[in-house]
Design a protein around this ligand. Structure first.
Ligand code: ANZ
Length: 756
């Protein structure tokens, strides 16, 4: 052992050894009695090379995986790549390089660095979602969903990103803009494939109670699903001879409906009125639909339709309008407007000088006449509401729904914000949808034995409003599996979120080439015990993968109904005020630190930067401090290994600090993972060691060196293993039990407390 800390030499030596000895592999041992633990970080999107955000995520996850192993668990800790997607394709459009080549180059770089960082991955289970042996099963899953009616094709108004020339899922539209490129999203009518995630809305909501996930993620999912209870009420337009249902959460306010509003996209608007004013308004509203039209504070605009509908409860004729604050995608695309109790209706009524009639009043006290009375509490009563007047609003609500039901003019209804998942993408670099279109047989699924439908090579990746795959004539033209006649392949590819919705199942049985996985094998690993990833995935990936998990369970393919029991969301790494990401162009490559100071320093430094759930502002200064600290640990041990006297004047002091430190690290691992303070505590211990050097007995020196190695191993695996060997201990430090602390030892002496 050298007396200078030389991470390069230490790290390359152990890397070779761990690879040779296949240290991190874990077999699918059906007989194992040892408790399993599936620790998983979200799989990386391979573009370019890993940056500090990756280093942070995998350093956290790896520390957890180690801690669980050391506490007697059989840990599955795999790695893969979310390899399809737009950046590789956009790169291909620019450079002509095949997306496969750039993606695989990037995967090689990710893999190289993960190995360099010493992340304890079972590499035998590794895969990229773009590999035919994997996407074959993505296609198989699609076919199973089709069989179940969970995948369907429909024409719909879709979100169209003009810059990326593709359709986007609702989840990929943020404030009316494309999540990726920021372009204003347009509405288009297209035939597309959908997954029926709405069938699972209630289970997606209810099962949130069964997982230990951060409260803010649960809330975001709840809001995204957006379950509202209320009623559907039918208003009749006599002059057109048509019934128009509306969805309302406040049927108790029915007597206060003084006008009626339709969304500009409502298919009947232009049938009801073809005045130039209405036409202009509709055209304008549709082209500006990207903006957040529902916002409360937006100026209210609209045009009268020159017709009325009948309020079913009192027979009143109320005027109809078209206005863009009503959205086509929600409820029925039409509303009853109750200006006395709804802010947006109130603003509209003020702007158009429409009557405002209060129908709910607080049991006591006055109502502000210049604002709608929107509070909705138990002690309110109905007023101006015919036979329902005087009822508490809660019972009044039920009574009104019952009355409507009896009259055939309405019924109880639940509405969701969640829409079905649009999965077609008019892009090249994705999983082909295994469907052919035949003139005779229509939509025909590709038989399972013909999977995978391979992704063909094309010359031009640029989408022109149709998928680039349409140009691969030889591939597109095929025969119908049913009638053998000529047929054409589906040329859209799948949203890449489909791939990441099931990858965690594949790891459990990654080499299976007769099935996506063997249910018996997978049941031994699932669910993921600890999932770790960025909070930016709180909705998209985490809702989709929950949906897939529930569906797989319904298909009898797995036994768990949630993908992950526990979720940890790490805070982002921020650089120059923005999330560190390739698309923002502010990436600091993770190898910069590892090259200069070694992987142990890189890992420890990113954990030292702050509590892991918090954002960290990236700065390079300070890494040197960690490097020096690891050098100090290393030198202290090398210098003192095997030395020391029989008695040590400072033994008590050193042992106390040691056990305090151990207690701190152990408790943090068990609770909040504030590794920054854990590392701080080890630093304090090392300061004490240096201060007391020469006054520590041989026995205590040995114990301290041993526990330092044991305790630092999850953060700085290489130097810990090296120390372990130096003090004459054999085998991997990672197979040792987590050291226990002695609370008695950790106690401050009474005399000292008095002095303090
Ligand atoms: C009458 C009413 C009276 C309403 C009142 C609210 C308060 P949530 O809770 O989000 O489900 N609404 C229904 N469909 C709409 C659409 N397509 N575009 C815009 N607004 C729509 O909201 C449900 C309420 O939002 C419904 O209840 C309806 O207004 C409005 F004092 O009906 B309410």
């Amino acid at each position: 052992m050298a007396d200078r800390y030389d991470p390069r030499a230490i790290e390359s030596r152990w890397q070779r050894l761990w690879a040779d000895e296949r240290t991190w592999e874990v077999p699918n041992d059906p007989a194992s009695e040892i408790e399993k633990s599936y620790v998983l970080e979200m799989l990386p999107y391979p573009s370019g090379e890993p940056h500090m955000g990756h280093l942070k995520c995998y350093s956290i996850g790896d520390a957890i995986a180690h801690f669980r192993r050391r506490n007697g668990h059989r840990v599955l800790h795999p790695m893969g790549y979310d390899a399809f997607g737009l950046p590789a394709e956009n790169h291909a459009i620019k450079t002509g390089q095949h997306p496969r080549d750039s993606t695989e180059a990037s995967i090689a770089e990710f893999r190289r660095q993960f190995k360099e960082w010493g992340i304890s991955i079972d590499w035998t289970r590794e895969f990229g979602t773009h590999e035919p042996r994997v996407y074959r099963w993505t296609q198989w899953i699609f076919l199973r969903m089709l069989e179940r009616g969970l995948a369907y094709r429909a024409e719909a108004a879709v979100n169209w990103c003009p810059k990326d020339a593709t359709v986007l899922a609702n989840e990929q539209v943020i404030d009316g803009r494309c999540e990726r490129c920021g372009s204003l999203v347009e509405a288009r009518q297209l035939e597309q494939w959908f997954f029926k995630i709405t069938d699972y809305a209630d289970r997606l909501l209810d099962d949130l109670a069964t997982v230990s996930w951060p409260e803010h993620v649960v809330t975001m999912q709840r809001n995204w699903i957006g379950r509202s209870e209320g009623a559907e009420v039918v208003f009749r337009c006599e002059s057109a001879g048509t019934d128009y249902p509306v969805f309302t959460t406040r049927p108790d306010t029915l007597f206060g409906a003084t006008f009626f509003v339709m969304a500009p996209e409502h298919p009947d608007v232009l049938k009801l009125s073809d005045s130039p004013e209405v036409r202009d308004y509709v055209n304008h509203a549709i082209s500006s639909s990207a903006e957040d039209r529902g916002a409360e504070d937006r100026e209210k605009t609209g045009v009268p339709l020159g017709r009325t509908v009948t309020n079913p409860v009192n027979g009143e004729e109320i005027p109809m309008f078209v206005a863009d604050y009503v959205l086509m995608e929600y409820g029925t695309g039409a509303i009853m407007a109750v200006p006395a109790h709804d802010q947006r209706d109130f603003d509209f009524a003020k702007a158009f000088d429409l009557p405002i009639r209060q129908v709910v009043a607080p049991a006591s006290g006055e109502v502000d006449p210049d604002a709608p009375f929107v509070a909705h509490s138990d002690d309110e009563v109905l007023v101006n509401s015919g036979q329902f007047t005087g009822m508490p609003s809660v019972t009044g609500k039920d009574a009104i729904i019952d009355w409507l039901d009896a009259e055939g003019r309405g019924h109880r209804s639940v509405n969701y914000r969640l829409r079905d998942w649009l999965l077609s993408r008019q892009r090249y670099w994705g999983c082909p949808i295994p469907i052919v279109y035949c003139e005779t047989d229509g939509i025909v699924p590709v038989p399972v034995e013909d999977l995978p439908v391979p992704l063909p090579d094309v010359r031009d990746y640029a989408p022109q409003g149709r998928s680039p795959l349409a140009a691969a004539e030889d591939w597109v033209n095929t025969t119908c599996p049913r009638c053998g006649g000529p047929a054409r392949r589906e040329t859209d590819t799948m949203d890449t979120f489909v791939d990441s919705s099931w990858y965690f199942l594949r790891y459990t049985d990654a080499h299976n080439d007769t099935a996506a996985w063997d249910p018996a094998v997978t049941a031994r690993w699932m669910p993921v015990d600890q999932y770790i990833g960025g909070v930016e995935h709180a909705i998209l990936h985490l809702i989709y993968s929950r949906f897939f998990t529930k569906m797989m369970r319904d298909l009898g393919l797995i036994r768990n109904s949630e993908p992950a029991t526990r979720l940890f969301t790490q805070g982002m790494v921020i650089a120059e005020g923005a999330k560190m990401s390739k698309s923002k162009g502010n990436v600091v490559g993770a190898d910069m630190l590892a090259d200069k100071f070694g992987a142990d320093t890189a890992r420890m430094f990113i954990l030292f930067a702050g509590p892991p759930e918090k954002e960290v502002d990236w700065r390079t200064e300070g890494a040197e401090g960690i490097y020096r600290f690891l050098g100090r640990v290393y030198r202290f041990v090398t210098r003192n290994a095997g030395s020391g006297s029989a008695e040590g004047a400072s033994d008590r002091k050193v042992l106390r600090k040691l056990h305090q430190c151990l207690r701190k690290v152990t408790e943090d691992f068990e609770t909040r993972w504030h590794f920054n303070t854990c590392i701080e505590s080890v630093m304090e211990l090392v300061n004490v060691l240096y201060a007391e050097e020469g006054n520590i007995s041989g026995g205590v020196l040995q114990e301290v060196a041993e526990k330092l190695a044991l305790m630092l191993a999850p953060f700085a695996p290489y130097v810990s293993q090296e120390i372990w060997e130096e003090i004459g201990r054999e085998g991997p430090v990672f197979r040792q039990c987590w050291p226990s602390f002695d609370s008695e030892m950790a106690k401050e002496d009474e005399a000292e407390i008095v002095v303090q």
